[in-house]
Design a protein around this ligand. Structure first.
Ligand SMILES: *Cc1c(COP(=O)(O)O)cnc(C)c1O
Length: 371
């Protein structure tokens, strides 16, 4: 049986060690901020090449806490892509700020920086203060940081990297979660590095920001837990999840290699009738998703029906770009405002991608798509 993402096979490989780690936590009993949390933060910071790592309760909270630490609030605008999981824009609205959406590159599905200057103007025209931007590394591919960071610097904007899907990816030798001023990732089970529940992490080289994030994580704590110097939340990562992640991290690089091999095999063998993922030179994806584009909406219906008929799972990321979500209606974006992402949402579909797809499974999927 082909799974869209297979967490069982991975667990089988490391189950004994995970049991050992969990039982260690049960023995020491430090369920909140136990030693595994700090060990994980050190290992993650080292892996990413970032000075500080602050683990937290989810990818959404990683984004939210970052915006809180950067002082985003009412009257501010934060620029972001139309094409992402809803959490990316949701956190902006949650703080009373307003998202300003920019369209994407049709080849990579990531934010196209050529729209940034106009977005800054749009924000000012609405009497909002453009504070920063959230770029997303969609499906595991890093956004175009060289240009994004340059435009952000020229306009005094912060860059928050939403690396929820891209842990392990890189541009040249620089890993995701190390771009921008601060980066957020997710350990939701289906992400490239997932735990067995909710979890996330924030990365930065800025010591002051890291200290603020640690304070926000525990109700805005000051010298101790019972002195509150700002409004925060309960945003901690469970010790149990940290223990599980430590074990999964030891397997992670070998899994990335397997994903890369499968992606290359897909790229080489899937028919050119479909538009396949484009990976720019010097970029490495973590292949959170392998997404194809059909020629027409009708063609997508035909193809996905065929996949379903053959018990090949597929997903559509995303049926609706964020600016057209009903929850965003009051902001006033209309259909046609971001034509590239709107068009792609009608054509895109993702096929099974995980390290444990056998050659046989890969061949079967390719055969059914090409038929
Ligand atoms: C999954 C995801 C998030 C949210 O992460 P959670 O851990 O589910 O809260 C945010 N942004 C993107 C791009 C995601 O894919």
């Amino acid at each position: 049986m082909i799974h869209f993402i297979d967490l069982k096979k991975q667990q089988k490989k490391i189950r004994q060690n995970i049991d050992k780690r969990i039982s260690k936590v049960l023995n020491h009993g430090k369920y909140i901020m136990g030693p595994e949390v700090f060990e994980l933060e050190e290992r993650l910071a080292e892996y990413v090449g970032s000075k500080y790592c602050v683990s937290c309760s989810s990818g959404t909270d990683a984004l939210l806490m970052s915006l809180m630490a950067l002082g985003v609030g009412r009257g501010d605008a934060v620029i972001t892509t139309t094409y992402s999981y809803f959490a990316t824009a949701e956190v902006i609205c949650f703080l009373g700020a307003e998202p300003v959406f920019v369209d994407i590159y049709p080849e990579t599905f990531n934010m196209d920086p050529k729209y940034l200057e106009d977005a800054i103007k749009d924000a000012k025209n609405k009497n909002l203060i453009p504070k920063g931007l959230i770029s997303v590394d969609l499906f595991g591919l890093p956004a175009r940081y060289r240009i994004i960071e340059k435009i952000a610097a020229e306009n005094n904007l912060f860059v928050l990297e939403d690396a929820a899907q891209s842990f392990g990816a890189s541009i040249k030798m620089k890993k995701t979660c190390s771009f921008g001023h601060v980066a957020a990732t997710s350990f939701f089970p289906a992400k490239p590095l997932g735990c067995y529940g909710d979890g996330g992490a924030i990365f930065t080289d800025d010591e002051k920001l890291a200290e603020k994030l640690k304070s926000i994580r525990v109700h805005g704590s000051g010298k101790n837990k019972y002195e509150n110097i700002r409004i925060g939340l309960n945003g901690r990562l469970d010790t149990m999840q940290a223990a599980i992640l430590l074990e999964k991290l030891s397997l992670f690089d070998s899994e990335l290699t397997l994903r890369q091999k499968i992606a290359e095999y897909y790229l080489d063998n899937i028919s050119d009738e479909l538009t396949k993922p484009y990976i720019p030179k010097n970029y490495k994806s973590s292949w959170a998703q392998f997404s194809l584009r059909a020629k027409s909406e009708h063609e997508r219906v035909r193809l996905t029906k065929k996949l379903a008929l053959n018990n090949i799972p597929y997903m559509i990321y995303y049926e609706k770009p964020m600016h057209l979500q009903p929850a965003m209606e009051s902001i006033g974006y209309k259909e046609g405002s971001s034509p590239i992402s709107e068009g792609i949402s009608n054509l895109i579909f993702s096929i099974p991608m995980h390290p444990y797809l056998t050659k046989e499974m890969q061949n079967f999927i390719i055969e059914k798509i090409n038929e």
